[in-house]
Design a protein around this ligand. Sequence first.
Ligand code: 5GP
Ligand code: MG
Ligand code: MG
Length: 174
Amino acid sequence: MALDDDIERVLWTDEQISKRVTELAGQITRDFSGESLSESSPVVVGVATGAFLFLADLVRKIKLPVTVDFIRAESYGSGTVSNGAPRISFDLKVGIQGKHVILVEDIVDTGNTLSCLIAHLESRGASSVSVCTLFDKPARRKCPDYFIVGYGLDFAELYRNLPYVGILKPEIYN
Ligand code: 5GP
Ligand code: MG
Ligand code: MG
């Protein structure tokens, strides 16, 4: 049984993802190369686990000194529908007091996870929190309202290792 068998169709290929990641890294490099950053490198915070591939590809293309860390917020459990208020279940190792934080997310759906994380990072004294998300569901309708997997995104912790992003066949979760 091949991993691909459960995918209805591919939405973004690994080449398309890579091109977008390059653009985002370029934008971050431009946005954060100001003189105000001389004594403080931005902290790139990946939201585990979904952002792990995106974070790894992104930071290799950012042409600035950055610190890398992870945070984990849980709301989805193993289903495809959010199960209420997210909570932080794994916190940062590095201090972010007075630092610019770039929060790297795989996908924003309702925005609940993001609001929870931004409030948390601000309460830790971040001087700014910017968000870099690869996919955005309802907010700007860039991503159709399917349940998607691959390139870090899971269903029940599976499919994260697909190199592309595709729509999961509904019979897998129904
Ligand atoms: P939010 O709190 O914005 O509703 O949900 C964000 C989180 O839900 C994302 O970080 C991601 O883990 C998960 N999520 C939302 N939509 C999808 C989807 O289509 N596929 C996968 N695999 N996860 C999703
Ligand atoms: Mg996520
Ligand atoms: Mg998940």
